[in-house]
Design a protein around this ligand. Structure first.
Ligand SMILES: [Fe+2]
Length: 236
């Protein structure tokens, strides 16, 4: 399985506190059968501003340590970019998955006027937006039709494993389940920040299988992510 959204790199955002924290999390990931983990620290102007170089260095240091510890996991570079961040196309390229896919975080509460504009701008620049956990954003909970509209324009969606098992409450879970039933989910990821809020793929898998069947579950927890890694612009 592949987890496309984690805050596994230490000391770049509100995720792992130190490398030991990261290692403990990754041991748990390995136990759950996850073999590839995308490191997607927050990039939010004025709050968390790791450069792509810093993310790359952190990723390499953690990968070296993983290898020393004989943990069978490959890390992949990425970032979770706040949609209100002021970042140029050139800067974004450094934060993409494979030079093509960009994981975007919506504001949780209000829906910024220029939200669509920002998303479509990324598309016009040749990037494929993946919206991170839209089921958690009140701005979307209040207008879920937005998802279908975006879908028609080729936007991809990632929901959190914790949303499906109800860790953020009923409203979020209901939207996550509705998205699954409506075929509006491309990836299920953990968005893990620490051991308290780990991966939960083991608890999520049977629930997913119940709602969408095993083949689709395999897509959501791995196959679709594998396609990101094998995309044409791949430089891995
Ligand atoms: Fe996140």
């Amino acid at each position: 399985m592949i987890d496309i959204h984690t805050h596994i790199l230490p000391q770049l955002d509100d995720g792992a506190k130190d490398i030991e924290d990261s290692i403990n999390l990754l041991r748990e990931a390995e136990k759950q059968g996850i073999e590839t983990v995308f490191a997607t620290p927050h990039v939010i102007t004025g709050l968390y501003e790791p450069t792509s170089k810093k993310i790359k260095q952190g990723l390499q240091a953690l990968q070296d340590r993983i290898n020393q510890e004989n943990i069978n996991i490959i890390l992949v570079m990425g970032a979770e970019i706040g949609i209100v961040s002021e970042i140029s196309a050139d800067e974004i390229r450094g934060y993409t998955i494979n030079g093509e896919y960009v994981l975007l975080e919506l504001p949780f509460v209000s829906y910024p006027l220029n939200c669509d504009e920002v998303i479509f701008k990324f598309q016009s620049q040749g990037f494929v937006p993946i919206i991170a956990h839209p089921e958690r954003a009140f701005s979307i909970i209040n207008r879920p039709d937005k998802l279908k509209e975006w879908r028609k324009r080729g936007i991809l969606f990632q929901i959190n494993s914790k949303s499906i098992i109800g860790r953020y409450g009923k409203t979020v879970r209901n939207l996550a389940i509705k998205m699954l039933k409506d075929g509006l989910v491309d990836f299920v990821a953990s968005d893990t920040h620490n051991n308290k809020w780990g991966f939960d793929f083991d608890i999520t898998r049977p629930i997913l299988e119940k709602y969408v069947g095993k083949p689709k579950t395999d897509e959501l927890l791995g196959h679709n992510a594998r396609r990101l890694l094998l995309s044409e612009k791949s430089n891995v």
